[in-house]
Design a protein around this ligand. Structure first.
Ligand code: ADP
Length: 726
């Protein structure tokens, strides 16, 4: 019973009861028995939607009650805000919640005033590198979705961050939440933690495969589920679920497939809607359109009008929230989602269909089956406790042999064990430099001792392997003058800066090399290319025809790019050079004020990708600017201008104007056309001119004028029709 809970702020049990939490679920009770509210470390390996969050909340509340701080590490930046808002309910106990997103270096000390902090592992890592002192006050750290240490790109940072916090803060309570994995015991051994390893679920889950005209279930039974002529299997399942008044969540492997499936399934759902439901859905669709006027928003809104939706990382936060809410309210009856939805967001459905169990793999260029772990996490979204009699999760196949194969691969299979990816060189490169730069390790022995506290060390049988890679990495860092190895280990000034800037040392080496080669002929395109060819910028793939196109562009503009073009005979390198040029060309179009729609079309990317790329470029150019300054290079100013142009997405002449708060690239151009050329022009502008340029938007005009320091920004005295004004 929650009333048996001790060590928590007064009133917590009553507060939980108000939210329908009358008693603890068995895994939660086990966690409490094992001491999670008394500061014991714990690994909770429990199925999705079985109440892991509450385990973490109890641990954090108790830790704060004991007088320490709590840190909650989220797997995705997009989840940080959501989690923080969820935890704000506890502010009634006088504690404060802070969230750290945004740029890598900012807001370190602001967080010091919060009791509960939510951040990604990259952010925590960066704050530690930049000397955040509040870290020493931590009593409890929670790692959400800790099985992601297995992820080749982001896993090592989570792993090292946990190891570092634990080495730095004695007796730090570590609570690691994990999906059910094959080796939770190893995670517990690594973290010196108690273990709750359970497959208990609050609601029954039936799993199976749809083949032919029937659902084949894991208990050996078969249930008829006929597919009409010309109908897809998924559509038949959605129709069947609707007849039982249930909702369906469909997992597919790409954004485009999510949109396509939602469009098609909307026709199935639309047939079952009442006029009242239609009216409510129309309202949701209007809110989606009001949020943005992109093509994605329009596609989403028109599916929502008919009771279906899609959900993927290309949606804005508002759009995602509207979809999730409408699905929980049972207005939208089908959501087609990419796997991002399986992580974190609480949107259960009667039925889950995993339509695509393979996805495109950039490394191999082919299709790759999903992990059992991932599919089980998607399965876990089936069934709403207290609302559905049970949940049902199914795969689909149209091939008789596939039926048995899918049962073996996903239904009867156990999830994979989690394996550390730390020994990969890029990961070690950056973390070894940081460990040395922060003086966390001052000798090779100390470094190895620290690395011994990682999951990698816990798991590896190969003695000497970690030592070998570490020595290779040290040699690399030394050769690039990021560290010195005379007596002990010490970062050079450049090395320290690289670590604080949070760039991969290999990116930094490439940038420094390029900056040294920059000359009077180097243009912004050249700097965009320089940062686009580093490992910190994810690549734009070359599509058919691109090779010829960008080879031509390369030879046309070669002198603008610092560094030397690799030989066409070294296949891989030349290819990388070209795809960096494609990225640089995108950046150039952006800074030439091309419309986002046009850019999206020209490069085959979504609006979210354009933002992602320009943000990354801006960050890397910022790092380049700092490095150029540190090394006293002539190109510092040129790099700064290139950075600002990417930041604002404007031509040179608008840099000043676009920097005024609330102006941005489009409005800056309109103001400029109206004869207002810079900040001081705006400060002294005629109000009707400004209002006209801003298409009569008074509120915007007022705030823009105020931001520019106009003595009297009020628009009350300006005539309604700006054209008619004197
Ligand atoms: P997980 O983090 O394991 O995926 P959540 O923590 O999101 O799962 O829990 C899923 C849902 O179950 C939430 O809506 C939560 O409020 C509810 N819940 C958690 N614990 C209990 C409980 N003891 N009794 C009733 N509902 C609970």
């Amino acid at each position: 019973q929650p009333t048996d809970l001790t060590g928590l702020p007064d009133g917590v049990p009553e507060h939980l009861a108000e939210q329908g939490i009358e008693e603890l679920y068995p895994p939660q009770a086990e966690a409490v028995e094992k001491g999670v509210t008394d500061g014991e470390s714990l690994v909770a390996s429990v199925p999705t939607a079985s109440g892991k969050t509450l385990i973490a909340e109890l641990a954090m509340l108790a830790a704060i009650e004991r007088g320490g701080k709590a840190l909650y590490i989220v797997p995705l930046r997009a989840l940080a805000g959501e989690k923080a808002r969820e935890f704000e309910q506890f502010e009634r106990y006088g504690l404060s919640v802070g969230v750290s997103t945004g740029n890598y270096q900012s807001d370190g000390e602001r967080l010091a005033n919060n009791d509960l902090i939510v951040a990604t592992s990259e952010k925590v890592d960066s704050l530690v590198r930049n000397g955040a002192r509040w870290v020493d006050d931590l009593a409890c750290v929670v790692a959400d979705e800790v099985h992601l240490v297995d992820d080749a790109h982001r896993g090592p940072t989570l792993e090292v961050t946990l190891a570092k916090l634990r080495a730095r803060v004695p007796d730090l309570q570590t609570v690691a939440l994990s999906a059910t994995v094959g080796n939770a015991d190893e995670l517990a051994a690594w973290l010196d933690a108690e273990l709750v390893d359970s497959d208990w679920r609050p609601i029954d889950l039936r799993t199976g495969v749809h083949y032919g005209q029937a659902l084949h279930l894991d208990d050996g039974t078969t249930r008829e589920l006929p597919v009409e002529r010309g109908e897809a299997q998924t559509a038949a399942i959605v129709r069947d679920t609707l007849q039982d008044d249930g909702s369906t969540l469909v997992f597919v492997n790409s954004r485009r497939n999510a949109e396509g499936a939602a469009k098609r399934l909307a026709t199935v759902v639309a047939k079952e809607l009442t006029s009242g439901q239609r009216a409510e859905l129309a309202e949701v669709a209007e809110e989606i359109r009001a949020d943005s006027d992109t093509e994605t928003a329009e596609t989403l809104a028109s599916a929502v009008e008919r009771g279906a939706a899609f959900h993927h990382a290309g949606l804005s936060r508002t759009q995602r929230e509207l979809v999730e809410e409408a699905f929980r309210d049972r207005l939208v009856r089908t959501v087609c989602a990419t796997p991002t939805l399986a992580a974190g967001v609480n949107t259960p459905a009667r039925r889950v269909v995993v339509r695509d169990w393979q996805r495109y793999d950039g490394d191999s260029g082919g299709m790759k089956p999903l992990d059992v772990l991932e599919v089980h996490q998607m399965f876990g979204r089936a069934g709403r406790p207290g609302l559905d009699p049970y949940g049902e999760a199914v795969l689909v196949t149209d091939d008789h042999d596939g039926l048995e194969a899918l049962f073996d691969r996903y239904i009867y299979a156990d999830p994979e064990p989690v394996r550390s990816k730390l020994a990969a060189e890029p990961a070690l490169r950056t973390h070894v430099l940081a460990t040395v730069a922060t003086r966390f390790a001052t000798t090779r022995e100390e470094l190895l001792e620290f690395l011994d506290g990682t999951l990698y060390a816990e798991q590896t049988d190969e003695t000497g392997r970690l030592e070998q890679v570490t020595d290779d990495v040290l040699a690399y860092l030394d050769a690039n003058e990021f560290i010195e190895r005379d007596d002990g280990l010490r970062a050079t000034e450049t090395g320290e800066l690289v670590s604080r800037l949070y760039v991969d040392p290999m990116s930094a080496a490439e940038i420094i090399h390029g900056l040294r080669e920059a000359d009077a002929e180097t243009t912004p395109l050249g700097f965009y290319h320089l940062v686009s060819r580093t490992p910190d910028m994810y690549e734009l793939y070359l599509r058919s025809g691109d090779r010829e196109k960008y080879t031509e562009l390369l030879y046309e503009r070669e002198t603008e790019i610092p560094g030397s073009t690799p030989s066409e005979f070294s296949e891989g390198e030349f290819e990388d050079w070209l795809s960096a040029l494609k990225t640089a060309a995108l950046m150039e179009d952006w800074t030439e004020e091309l419309d986002e729609d046009r850019i999206a079309e020209r490069y085959g990317v979504g609006p979210g990708d354009i933002r992602g790329k320009t943000e990354t470029a801006e960050w890397l150019l910022g790092a380049a600017e700092r490095l150029a300054g540190e090394l006293d290079l002539d190109c510092t100013t040129a790099v700064r201008d290139a950075r600002k142009r990417v930041d604002y997405g404007v031509r040179e002449e608008l840099l000043d104007l676009a920097g005024v708060r609330g102006v941005g690239r489009k409005r800056a151009r309109r103001l400029y056309r109206a004869g207002i050329e810079d900040r001081s022009g705006l400060r002294n502008a005629e109000k009707p001119v400004v209002l006209g340029a801003l298409r009569g938007r008074r509120k915007t005009a007022e705030s823009v004028l105020a931001a520019a320091g106009h003595p009297d920004p009020e628009m009350d005295d300006v005539a309604a029709d700006p054209d008619a004004a004197p």
